[in-house]
Design a protein around this ligand. Structure first.
Ligand SMILES: C[S@@+](CC[C@H](N)C(=O)[O-])C[C@H]1O[C@@H](n2cnc3c(N)ncnc32)[C@H](O)[C@@H]1O
Length: 303
């Protein structure tokens, strides 16, 4: 009788699991509790096979070696959940569009500070950052419809009216999603939540895909940032970090919330996912709630 060709999958011991969990947590903050151990084991096994390594311990040794840096990045890519969509959580985006942007534009204009910085932290394939860009461009256009500029605006009107400067940073730990976001083309399924007026104004149809128009693309900049590290982008007016912290444990969430506090301008806003909350986690933010949409604003100690 012939034997089957495939070698049995190596077993994952408790000690190996703990070592790998600790390494992943240390590298990116992701925490795999009992409910997610099966997922972790499955993804580890795939990488083991890909690397032709015969035990989880050998794979761990590879990851901590100098030669294993690229493999570590590859493993983290395989562990991230990249689910996202345009206009995700409408109530929250209404709050952003109708209340927070309005407040920001008014405050900044009063101070004659015409710079706006937004950050989509854990941006996945870019839909969140491009949604923000569309809403910012619309908010500026609407603001100037009601408060016309004293100077004549050129025709056609630029997406971002002079003298404003808008920067939207979209960051992630996964290079493959960053590449997709930078590419900025989406299929019909991904466009399901984009209504026709947005499609007409902000996308070109290229074959069977929708490509983000150049002017909108220029506002969004994609970059690698690991939220576990201390050195994160500063001076933001608004940070969106939605559906990212839910993969971290409480200690790491608290550290991240404090880092976001430092990454925001005074009175800046933080948006988290609808299954995430800052309640009981910090004294540095206050909740802003309008029509079912929630965000958190930095609390300032004023003299
Ligand atoms: C579920 S997606 C959320 C996408 C988007 N924010 C949204 O709500 O639609 C989570 C993203 O967080 C990223 N991520 C996970 N851990 C990270 C870390 N330590 N640093 C940066 N990004 C991380 C993942 O790669 C993934 O693309």
């Amino acid at each position: 009788m012939g034997t089957s060709g495939a070698a049995p999958a190596p077993a994952l011991t408790d000690a190996e699991l703990k070592l790998l969990q600790a390494l992943i947590y240390q590298e990116c903050g992701m925490h795999f509790d009992e409910r997610r151990t099966h997922f972790l084991q499955d993804r580890l096994l795939r990488r083991l096979k890909e690397c032709h390594v015969d035990s989880f311990y050998s794979y761990y040794r590879l990851l901590i070696s100098d030669a294993g840096k690229a493999e570590l990045a590859q493993l983290l890519e395989n562990l991230t959940v990249n689910e996202t969509s345009f206009f995700r959580n409408r109530a929250q985006l209404d709050l952003f569009h109708k209340y927070i942007l309005e407040d920001l534009l008014r405050r900044k204009q009063e101070r004659r500070d015409f710079s706006l910085r937004f950050w989509s932290a854990g941006c996945s394939t870019g839909q969140e950052a491009y949604t923000m860009a569309m809403q910012v461009a619309d908010a500026l256009a609407y603001y100037y419809m009601r408060n016309p500029l004293p100077v004549e605006t050129p025709s056609p009107k630029p997406l971002i009216p002079h003298p404003w400067k808008v920067e939207i940073l979209a960051s992630d730990i996964s290079y493959s999603v960053l590449r997709a976001g930078q590419d900025g083309t989406y299929n019909e399924n991904q466009m399901a939540s984009v209504d026709y007026s947005y499609r007409l104004r902000y996308f070109d149809k290229v074959g069977d895909r929708y490509a983000v128009k150049k002017a909108l693309k220029e506002v969004v900049h994609f970059d690698f940032h690991n939220l576990k590290t201390e050195y994160l982008p500063q001076r933001n007016d608004v940070i969106f970090c939605r559906n990212v912290m839910m993969y971290f444990d409480e200690a790491e969430q608290k550290r991240l919330i404090h880092k976001f506090y430092r990454c925001l301008n005074p009175d800046g806003y933080l948006f988290v996912g609808h299954a995430e909350s800052l309640l009981g986690m910090t004294e540095e933010f206050q909740m802003v709630h309008r029509n079912s949409g929630t965000a958190y604003q930095r609390i300032e100690v004023r003299p």
